[in-house]
Design a protein around this ligand. Structure first.
Ligand code: NAP
Length: 256
């Protein structure tokens, strides 16, 4: 069962967003941006409780009702229970942002089965688990938004990331299929494909690798999590009501 860090709570009648991986990095920036845009926000995290608690405080500081739920998105039963708890605590989810993700890089010829499976389980199966757990909710309310965080690596591949690329390519196929299935109910599903974004995930790379990437990016620098959150906020907004099944690159021109 999900372990919850609850916020104090504000008024009612705001839309609810649920952000996986919402306690850090891109997910955190999305959670804060959606709180600023008037959403109450539930965030799902894997185990870093300190980051999750800090996130809930920040979201409350922005005027949102907020709660964090410890839940492994790869665990379908835990996801189901967590979604039920979020609905009970905050109300029906209008916007789902799937940002939880991990890497286990290595050359494919030497890649261990467990590193391939784990990345697929979290990044792809986790996204599927979340969307499936909320499918009835979306169909019932005949509206809603799903935004899945893929990667340019899922569109173009990358040496040393066969598992990650496969998971992120899978997220694109999943997103388009879900978009087709839910369009008749007025629900949109889109993906964003960030390039090189400055977060904990990329911070662990050696400085020379980061510099080499930056040199290849036409805009000449890494992106920020807030720059991804801006596009996610658009896809979640009423302004994007006629956009579905789309993949938007946010990569400073890296892959144009
Ligand atoms: P990050 O800073 O490492 O944050 C990862 C977040 O996901 C954390 O909140 C973490 O929770 C959560 N998480 C990890 N495994 C989980 C699991 N099994 N169940 C539930 N939550 C889990 O990562 P990021 O850089 O923001 O990346 C976010 C997403 O963007 C990922 O899907 C990543 O693949 C994608 N992306 C990133 C980049 C980039 O350059 N950074 C580029 C393209 C795509 P804890 O804090 O509890 O561990």
């Amino acid at each position: 069962m999900a372990e919850r860090i609850a916020g104090a709570g504000q008024g009612a009648a705001r839309r609810v967003a649920l952000v996986t991986g919402g306690s850090r990095g891109i997910g955190r920036a999305c959670a804060e941006r959606l709180a600023r845009d008037g959403f109450d926000v539930g965030v799902i995290y894997a185990g870093n409780q300190q980051a999750a608690e800090g996130c809930v405080r920040a979201l409350e500081g922005l005027g949102a009702r907020a709660a964090a739920y410890r839940c492994d998105v790869a665990d379908a039963d835990a996801v189901k229970a967590t979604v039920a708890q979020v609905t009970k605590d905050l109300g029906p989810v209008w916007a789902l942002v799937n940002s939880a993700g991990i890497t286990r890089d290595g050359l494919f010829a030497r890649m261990r089965d467990e590193d391939f499976d784990l990345v697929l389980d979290v990044n792809l199966k986790g996204t599927f688990n979340m969307v499936r757990a909320l499918a009835r909710n979306f169909m019932r309310q005949r509206g809603g938004r799903i935004v899945n965080v893929s990667s340019v690596v899922g569109l173009h591949g990358n040496a040393g990331q066969a598992n990650y690329a496969a998971s992120k390519a899978g997220v694109v196929g999943l997103t388009k299929s879900v978009a087709a299935e839910l369009a008749g109910r007025g629900v949109t599903a889109n993906a964003v494909a960030p390039g090189f974004i400055d977060t904990d995930m990329t911070e662990k790379l050696p400085q020379e690798v980061r510099d080499a990437y930056a040199a290849r990016i036409p805009l000449g620098r890494l992106g920020s999590a807030d720059e991804v959150a801006g596009v996610v906020a658009f896809l979640v907004s009423d302004a994007a009501s006629y956009v579905t099944g789309e993949v938007i690159r946010i990569d400073g021109g890296l892959c144009m």
